[in-house]
Design a protein around this ligand. Structure first.
Ligand SMILES: CC(C)(COP(=O)(O)OP(=O)(O)OC[C@H]1O[C@@H](n2cnc3c(N)ncnc32)[C@H](O)[C@@H]1OP(=O)(O)O)[C@@H](O)C(=O)NCCC(=O)NCCS
Length: 192
């Protein structure tokens, strides 16, 4: 069986501005170890922006949980090398999870600095929005450090509104999905 045939049925091939080819696909259990390895290469600030606190490593338990989302309530995409999951380096992870008992989902995203600034964050956020709309959710939101200009700018450009929350130093960005009209990226497109 070729590597391509072992890929999940839904995936997108994207060429980044630097010419690198990446796959956008749902996360797989086999991504756990590559994710743990990639985590060790992140800058402390990247980890803090995503997890909101310093985190020395991605534990096997956390990696296992992240790579086996509940299909009813969670959606997790990766941007990875075009190789079999497990062999592929993972450069970005975007996750949305429905809050139990609500029509809202919270998102988290991390694009590693190796592939940042090339359109992946925007592409992955659009895919989360599309998933949330497909689930007929009312709202997609994320809590962001107020100094996180890249994420705040990205969210604003996608139509998310800023809200204040009780946690000092944090803001919430949220998208009302009934009104949202996020332009769709074209599959197979070149980003950046
Ligand atoms: C925020 C983040 C997801 C952006 O991902 P990215 O792939 O670099 O973003 P893109 O290349 O798709 O850029 C999308 C938009 O983000 C904004 N942006 C990206 N990098 C930026 C920077 N260095 N400064 C200001 N704005 C920036 C811009 O609005 C940009 O749109 P433009 O290209 O039309 O100007 C990424 O920097 C990241 O993962 N940061 C660490 C984790 C984090 O902050 N997560 C968010 C909290 S859950």
């Amino acid at each position: 069986m070729t590597a391509r045939n072992r890929l999940p049925p839904w995936h997108e091939e994207i060429r980044l501005a630097n010419g690198r080819q990446v796959l956008i696909r749902p996360i797989r259990p086999a991504d756990a170890e590559p994710l743990r390895a990639a985590f060790a290469l992140l800058e402390p600030d990247e980890v803090r922006q995503r997890f909101l606190y310093a985190k020395p490593e991605l534990s096997p338990e956390t990696a296992s949980r992240l790579t086996q989302p509940n299909p009813k309530s969670e959606f997790v995409l990766v941007a990875a090398e075009p190789l079999t999951p497990g062999d592929a380096l993972v450069g970005a992870v975007a996750r949305a999870a429905i809050l139990p008992g609500t029509r809202q989902a919270e998102f988290h995203i991390l694009v590693s600095h190796y592939v940042a600034g090339m359109g992946l964050g925007r592409h992955l956020m659009r895919r989360l929005v599309r998933w949330a709309k497909g689930k007929r959710l009312e709202r997609l939101y994320g809590d962001v450090l107020e100094e996180n200009e890249p994420m705040l700018a990205l969210a604003k450009s996608l139509g998310f509104q800023r809200e204040s929350i009780d946690t000092p130093g944090m803001v919430r960005v949220s998208l009302e999905l009934k009104r949202a009209a996020t332009p769709e990226p074209t599959p197979g497109m070149t980003l950046g």
